[in-house]
Design a protein around this ligand. Structure first.
Ligand SMILES: CC(C)(COP(=O)(O)OP(=O)(O)OC[C@H]1O[C@@H](n2cnc3c(N)ncnc32)[C@H](O)[C@@H]1OP(=O)(O)O)[C@@H](O)C(=O)NCCC(=O)NCCS
Length: 94
């Protein structure tokens, strides 16, 4: 089982689809490595766990989310990519 250490998007850029893009890139790469399942650990009261639950993560023991079928997650992330992400424009300044 592959382990995703963490995913971070700066607060001012959250809820625009960037986290989804990062997750998609990670899963794309894991698929090339032959991974079939994945987990990510987080603190039990992490307010952001809704992000992983949205993408079908199953809450497992010890405050972790697990995916037992990366093919399904891969399909879902690519379906979302064709249906509107990046959802909201990002102005990086400058
Ligand atoms: C988790 C994180 C990476 C998500 O990044 P993001 O760019 O905001 O995510 P997206 O815009 O792609 O969100 C996709 C969907 O996930 C869900 N989601 C995202 N953040 C959520 C939150 N805080 N609570 C509940 N659901 C959430 C929503 O369904 C969202 O779709 P919507 O905006 O249309 O409702 C980001 O919030 C973050 O960096 N958090 C701080 C670090 C952290 O705690 N990471 C998790 C532990 S490793």
């Amino acid at each position: 089982m592959a382990e995703l250490q963490s995913t971070f998007v700066r607060p001012e850029f959250q809820r625009r689809g960037l986290g989804t893009d990062l997750l998609r890139m990670a899963v794309d790469w894991l698929r090339t490595q032959g991974a079939r399942s994945m987990m990510v650990g987080f603190h039990s009261d992490n307010e952001y766990r809704g992000f992983y639950l949205k993408y079908g993560g199953v809450l497992g023991a010890s405050s972790r989310c697990e995916w037992h079928d990366l093919v399904e997650l891969h399909k879902q992330l690519h379906a979302d990519a064709t249906s509107g992400a990046l959802k909201r424009p990002v102005n990086f300044g400058g």
